[in-house]
Design a protein around this ligand. Structure first.
Ligand SMILES: Nc1ncnc2c1ncn2[C@@H]1O[C@H](COP(=O)(O)OP(=O)(O)O)[C@@H](O)[C@H]1O
Ligand SMILES: [Mg+2]
Length: 481
């Protein structure tokens, strides 16, 4: 029973004092206010702090969910697949609320107002949403969710991994949620096809892998994606680059240089590519190509293409490579490829070397030098028999700029190098670093990385390209004399 309910139901004899709410209506009102405030504050205190609390709570929720599905006239499993609009959602929400309240009544279960609200919300989540995951998906401070079997859910907040008290009732429960996610976009997961990529309707990227391949139980990795993505201004605030570096990068994008962002998994390549892409002028025709559409471009003239895995019969696959080739027939001003992982690299290089300037992509490598080796390997994956020298030649003349992104040991992401690709000399690709992040140490208490972004003093060779396009480059950003 809530405090407020108690005040209304306890007999006056329990409080004889003249100063009680009963004796003084004004006081009564004041008391109500204070208690209502107190209760609303209590409502915000998480009650389900431990996994044990949650297990007991989930038991109730799942029981109710089953009863609901069994008894309800509404075909809830069907309905959850696609809710057209908000009104429909609200109607369903209140129908579920009504049914749950009736079940409470029939079973003579009494809960406080807060508990009732929590249970109903969880049953709604269980029925229409993604169950225990919803609270993490709705938490904007969470950037990544990792579920390793039903008992272990980790999240990433501000670059730091932490375990949460969130659990699933059992592996079957977790698998049911996974099936719901993938079936919403027409994909399929079972023992025969135990690995799948999917996307939530807000654009978040999902990977699921289940037994017998995943031995620790059904595993889910969700990379959340914000509506707009981060801008370079946001990234400056996070300490990932400086305003001078931003100015430089903006000019490079405007001048249609070919840019590649290099970095490890989760280092922020896609985020940076998105921020850079937003410097593309509004009237350019942009074709974006990704495995799973993550980029959020704000321009007018954007065509978004996404690959498709083969169907159950093993046919119908559309690869990044197919899309890159196709995009050349779409009269693009810019081609933005989410990530080069294989043979498409050759097509990208050829496009860049045949006049499709201003293209951008990312690739997985730990340093600009490492990136070159990686690019060579990926070109060879195209299955053509090109001598390494010719490949290097193509790489050197295709790319103008390499941006190295890194996730440092404190979880922060930074641009650790911006390097110009200058050309090729005796089979070696020459690069000049224009900006670097110099780490000086780690703070003894906070463990935060300490250091500074510095221009190296080298003025890029391609400066004339920028100036030829009428772009004014503030020469001071290069830190020269
Ligand atoms: N500069 C940054 N500062 C803080 N967080 C970032 C930064 N860049 C990316 N992130 C976060 O890191 C996670 C991984 O970023 P993403 O761009 O998808 O990496 P990648 O493409 O390299 O795998 C995302 O949750 C993203 O919001
Ligand atoms: Mg990425």
């Amino acid at each position: 029973m809530s405090l407020l309910d108690r005040i209304n139901t306890e007999p006056p004899s329990a409080r004889q004092d003249k100063n009680t709410p009963e004796a003084n209506p004004a006081l009564n009102e004041a008391a109500r206010q204070i208690i209502a405030n107190l209760e609303s504050r209590m409502d915000k205190e998480p009650r389900l702090k431990t996994k044990e609390d949650r297990r007991a709570f989930l038991k109730k929720v799942i029981g109710l969910h089953r009863e609901l599905i069994k008894n309800s006239d509404l075909n809830l499993t069907e309905l959850s697949a696609d809710l057209q609009n908000n009104t429909e959602q609200k109607k369903l929400y209140s129908a579920i609320e009504q049914e749950v309240l009736e079940i409470f009544d029939t079973n003579k279960q009494y809960y406080s107002r807060q508990e009732k609200a929590e249970i109903i919300e969880a049953v709604v989540s269980e029925t229409l949403g993604l169950g225990p995951l919803d609270e993490l998906i709705n938490d904007s401070s969470v950037s990544e969710i990792m579920v390793n079997g039903c008992n272990k859910v980790f999240v990433e907040r501000k670059g730091i991994l932490e375990e949460t008290p969130v659990i699933f009732f059992d592996d079957d429960h977790l698998k049911r949620i996974i099936v719901r996610i993938v079936s919403k976009i027409g994909r399929h997961i079972d023992e025969g096809m135990p690995m799948v990529d999917a996307r939530l309707k807000d654009g978040s990227r999902v990977n699921a892998i289940i037994p017998p391949i995943a031995l620790t139980g059904p595993t889910l990795t969700i990379r959340k994606f914000s509506e707009k993505g981060y801008t370079c201004k946001d990234l400056i605030k996070f300490g990932s680059l400086t305003p001078a570096m931003e100015t430089f990068l903006r000019l490079c994008v405007e001048a249609k240089l070919n840019i590649i962002v290099s970095g490890g998994t989760g280092s922020g390549k896609t985020t940076l590519l998105n921020a850079l892409s937003n410097f593309i002028p509004n009237d350019d025709r942009i074709v974006t190509i990704e495995d799973s559409a993550e980029l959020r471009l704000q321009q007018n003239h954007v065509i978004i293409c996404e690959t498709r895995p083969p169907n159950i019969e093993g046919t119908g696959e559309i690869t990044i490579r197919d899309l890159v080739r196709n995009s050349l027939r779409m009269r693009p001003d810019r081609i933005v490829v989410g990530e080069c992982r294989g043979g498409e690299t050759l097509d990208m290089l050829q496009a860049m070397n045949t006049g499709h300037d201003g293209s951008m992509t990312t690739a997985h490598a730990n340093s600009p030098k490492d990136l070159i080796t990686r690019l060579e390997t990926m070109v060879l994956m195209a299955g053509v028999d090109l001598p390494i020298k010719a490949i290097r030649q193509q790489i050197a003349s295709a790319f103008d700029l390499v941006i190295q992104q890194s996730r440092l040991q404190d979880g922060s992401r930074k641009i650790v190098k911006i390097s110009e690709v200058c050309g090729i000399e005796e089979d070696l690709i020459l690069m000049n670093d224009i900006f670097v992040f110099e780490q000086t140490g780690v703070h003894s208490q906070t463990r935060k990385v300490e250091g500074a972004f510095k221009p190296t003093g080298i003025v890029p060779d391609f400066l004339h390209k920028l100036e030829a396009k009428g772009l004014k480059v503030p020469i001071g950003i290069f830190g020269g004399l």
